[in-house]
Design a protein around this ligand. Sequence first.
Ligand SMILES: [Zn+2]
Length: 396
Amino acid sequence: MMDSLLVKNVLLDGARTDILIENHRFRSLNAPEGTVADEAIDADGMAILPPFYNTHTHAAMSLLRGYADDMPLQKWLRDYIWPYEDKLTAADIREGSRLAVREMVKTGTVFFSDMYFDIEETIRIVQETGMRAAIGVTFVEAHSKSQLAEKLDMLSHWSDPSGGLITLTVAPHAIYTVGPDLLVRCSETACRLGLKLHIHLSETQKEVEDCLREQGTTPVRYLDRLGVLGPEVVAAHVVHVDDEEAEILAARGVTVAHCPCSNMKLASGVFPYERLRKAGCRITLGTDGDSSNNNLDMREEMKFAALLAKVSSGDPAAMPAEEAFAIATRNGAEAFGFDAGVIAVGKLADALLVRLDDERMLPCHHLLSNWVYAAGSSCIDTVICNGRILMKNRIL
Ligand SMILES: [Zn+2]
C-alpha cells in the first residue's frame, strides 16, 4: 500500500517545486532535496492544479449518450429517456457506470454527485476506481410502499465500503415527480442522518408554470414553505428564479449546481449566475448526464459556464476564469464537506498534473486562462485522488 508520493519538478504558482503527499494529504509543497517516498513522479513540464468535483450527474446515463437529441426536456424524458430506462438491467447500470467513471477520471474529475437507480452497481464501480462519490438514493412518487421502506432502510444502515470516499445522498428527483409528503420525509431523513439532499429544481419554465398552477407559488417558494430548504440541499439547475428566490436560497445555505451544457442543449433557459452570485449562493458545477450534455468533461463545462455568463449578461467581465475555476473545483469540494479542492499543506491530496507542452497550453501568459479557455482534457497527464494515482501518462 502506497502511503507517500513525491511529485517532483512540478509547477505550482509559477515556480518549480517538489510536493510530498503523505497519508492522503499534502504534507509539503516544497519538499527538501533528498526527500524519499514510496513512489515518485517526475512532473517536469507539468503544472499541478486541483481536479474537478462534478456536483450533478447521472453516471449510468452514459448508455443514453446520443440516443435522443434536439428536443425539449419533457418530451425527451417522457418519449425517450423514461421508456429506455424502464428496460435497463443492473448489469446495464454497471457497464454505464463503468463507462462514465472512466470518462470522468480521464477528464480530470475525482468526485461526482449522482442520482440514479441500482446504485449498488455504481458504488461497486466507484470503489474499484478509487474516486470520491456521493451516490443518490433516488425517490419518486411512483415507488411502492415496500420500495420506499427499502430505500429508507438503506439510507439508515448503509456503511461506506471505501473508507471515506463514498457517501449516500437523499435524492428526491424533482418537485414534479415527488409529492409534498415524500419531499418532507426525504428532508427529515437527510437532516436526521446528516446527509445531503440532492434534487432537480426550477430547471424549466414548464416546471415553474405547473408549480404555480398546482401549488400557487414557484418551486423555490414551494420547497421553502415545506421547510425542505437548508444547508444540506444541493439543487441542480436552478435556471428560473427571481431575485427573492435567489435570496431565499442564499439565506437557507442551499448549494446550486449549475449545469450549463445541459441547460443550453435542452434549451431549458439561461442560468442567472449574477443574480445567484450577488445573493450570496454557493454555486458549483455539474455536467448532468451524458444523455443531455453529451459528455462528462468538467473542463469543457467550466468554459461553457464562463461563456454563458458573459453572453447572457452582455458583460465580458462576468465569471472571469478564476471564478469559473472555483465553481468547478473548490466550491464543489466545500459543498460536500471535503477538506480538498485546493493545493495546500494539510488538505486532502486531490490533484491533476497538466502538460504545459501541449499546443493548447502554449504560450503560457496566464496558466488559469489557458486552463479555462484553451485547454482540452487531453492535456491532463495524471489524476490523483486522496493521495492515490488514478491515472498516469493518461493510462487508468
Ligand atoms: Zn439531472
